[in-house]
Each structure stands twice: as C-alpha cells, then as structure tokens.
Write a new protein. Structure first.
Length: 42
C-alpha cells in the first residue's frame, strides 16, 4: 500500500526548509535541496 504525503519546500537565504502537511511537527532544514528531499523521505 502506497501512502502519499504533501511536502512543502521553500528556500530561505542559504537554507532549504521543508515540512509534511499531513503530519504535524514534521519539519526539516538542510543546506541543499537534495539533502532536504532525502531527509523528508525518512
């Protein structure tokens, strides 16, 4: 069974910020877009 989530990703100066809309308190901050995508997948 595949569950899909909505990731919101934004760049703020030198940082990439992201969170999962359907799961409260899941947010990440990384230096690169690729790192952020990998972190959100976990």
């Amino acid at each position: 069974m595949n569950i899909e989530y909505t990731a919101v990703i934004k760049q703020d100066e030198n940082w990439w910020l992201g969170w999962i809309e359907e799961i409260p308190n899941v947010n990440c901050q990384e230096k690169t877009y690729e790192e952020l995508k990998d972190t959100l997948k976990i």
